[in-house]
Design a protein around this ligand. Structure first.
Ligand SMILES: C[S@@+](CC[C@H](N)C(=O)[O-])C[C@H]1O[C@@H](n2cnc3c(N)ncnc32)[C@H](O)[C@@H]1O
Ligand code: SF4
Length: 412
């Protein structure tokens, strides 16, 4: 939910619902908030979720300044305007959002990206192969074992594995998947985001314990031909990938999973294959085919990025992209163009809505609300009220009260 129709209020649910982990141990609510809300090597998730900076960040959404968010990248933050709150209706809307979202004891979505180990070294993602050494793997596995017992993990409704590294190349993530049990995580839904090269029948069978939770499989392909695949997915094998895509397609047809999608990070290297990619998705019976524009990851210099960023009006082949986008097959219902909204417009600016990017990874933020039960809703409202009253209390009273609440919430 970014903005209600006809409303001057801009709102992002991620700081109230979502956590992501990264390879340095930093924990963020969104990739477009540079400053982490904590680090899992220093504190437990519960303290991180309730950290001082996490509260400040959430407040910056309510006061419409979005002052910690990257406005160059995020369209929701870019629309934030504190002046909107001078209007009584906007103020009221914020108060109702505050009732609904503040004081949530835990996140509903966890996006795990703490191990960057991968069998590929796609040039848009990294400059060379990365594998965690045995010591780092052990440290991460030990930390994960603690997470698996923690209330935050036990109450998560959705987990995305993985936004960094590959779920099947990483021994850390594989260990995690092998430890998911229905008795401990009865309502959990896992979305697997993978390059797919290691996801064959044998690998799937070895994860029988987690089949009940793995509801969505999303495979990053980025090409419709072996030639392009070898350029954009360095180290990959197109023939093997196609075999595995056929396997996942069978899983979907037999309803072992709820959705199967393939994904394409669009750049100057591959945009001509967009129509063929949709044909491939249709042949495989995919529920969705997702196109996302390339963004500049840190290892890419400005010059390297400019050479592939076909979305920029100054790219020499930009007009060819606009022509490809008019292909009727790209209007098919299964196609989702994630962050293409201002491509081809006069005032093109590359901002994306991170919630939409999450949705492209099958993390439909809005769905989470549907899952809230009545008791949670009452609890959230009660906590919102407590926080508002609490803020007015003197520190000498507030601090011990906070401790008591934290203990109660951790135990709950
Ligand atoms: C980093 S990968 C990790 C999961 C898995 N290894 C995979 O490739 O799907 C997560 C997603 O980021 C995408 N990605 C990689 N580099 C990107 C870039 N420069 N811009 C946008 N997306 C990128 C990948 O295509 C993939 O869909
Ligand atoms: S497969 Fe995924 S994590 Fe691995 S290098 Fe490619 S994009 Fe990055």
């Amino acid at each position: 939910m970014s903005k209600a129709d006809n409303s001057a209020v801009s709102f992002c649910t991620l700081p109230f619902t979502h956590l992501n982990t990264n390879a340095t141990g930093d924990v963020r609510v969104c990739c477009y908030v540079e400053r982490p809300i904590g680090n899992f090597h220093d504190s437990d998730f519960d303290s991180i979720w309730h950290s001082e900076f996490a509260s400040e960040l959430r407040e910056s959404i309510f006061d419409q300044t979005f002052r910690f968010c990257n406005k160059e990248f995020c369209s929701i933050a870019a629309k934030g305007d504190p002046n909107a709150l001078e209007d009584a209706a906007s103020k009221q809307e914020i108060e109702s959002l505050r009732d609904r979202y503040s004081g949530r004891p835990r996140p509903e979505l966890l996006s795990l990206q703490h191990d960057d180990s991968c069998n590929l070294s796609c040039p848009q993602c990294r400059s060379g192969l990365i594998y965690a050494d045995a010591e780092r793997q052990q440290t991460l596995k030990d930390i994960q074992d603690e997470w698996l017992k923690s209330p935050i993990f036990r109450s998560a409704q959705r987990i995305l594995l993985s936004g960094n590294g590959d779920p099947f190349a990483s021994r850390v993530y594989s260990d995690f998947l092998h430890k998911i049990k229905k008795a401990d995580f009865p309502d959990l839904e896992i979305t697997i985001l993978t390059n797919g090269l290691l996801l064959n029948q044998a690998r799937w069978d070895s994860l029988a314990n987690a089949h009940y939770a793995i509801r969505h499989i999303l495979i990053s392909v980025d090409a419709a031909s072996a030639e392009t695949y070898s350029k954009v997915r360095r180290g990959g094998d197109f023939a093997k990938l196609i075999e595995n895509l056929e396997f996942v397609s069978q899983l979907r047809k037999s309803q072992a999973i709820e959705s199967f999608a393939i994904k394409f990070v669009t750049s100057a290297e591959n945009f001509m294959e967009m129509p063929d990619f949709v044909r491939l998705a249709k042949r495989l019976g995919c529920d969705r085919v997702k196109f996302q524009l390339i963004v500049r990851f840190n290892h890419l210099s400005v010059a390297e990025y400019s050479a592939v960023a076909i979305q920029h009006p100054k790219h020499p082949r930009h007009s060819e992209l606009l022509a490809v986008l008019k292909d009727p097959i790209l209007q098919d219902d299964i196609v989702k163009l994630v962050n293409f909204h201002s491509v081809g417009e006069e005032n093109f600016s590359f901002v994306e809505d991170y919630e939409a990017v999450m949705a492209s990874n099958n993390i439909e933020v809005a769905d989470v609300d549907k899952k809230e039960n009545a008791i949670d809703r009452i609890l959230y409202r009660f906590l919102g009220l407590v926080r508002r009253v609490g803020r007015r209390l003197p520190t000498a009273v507030k601090t011990p009260l906070k401790q008591v609440f934290k203990r109660v919430l951790t135990a709950a």
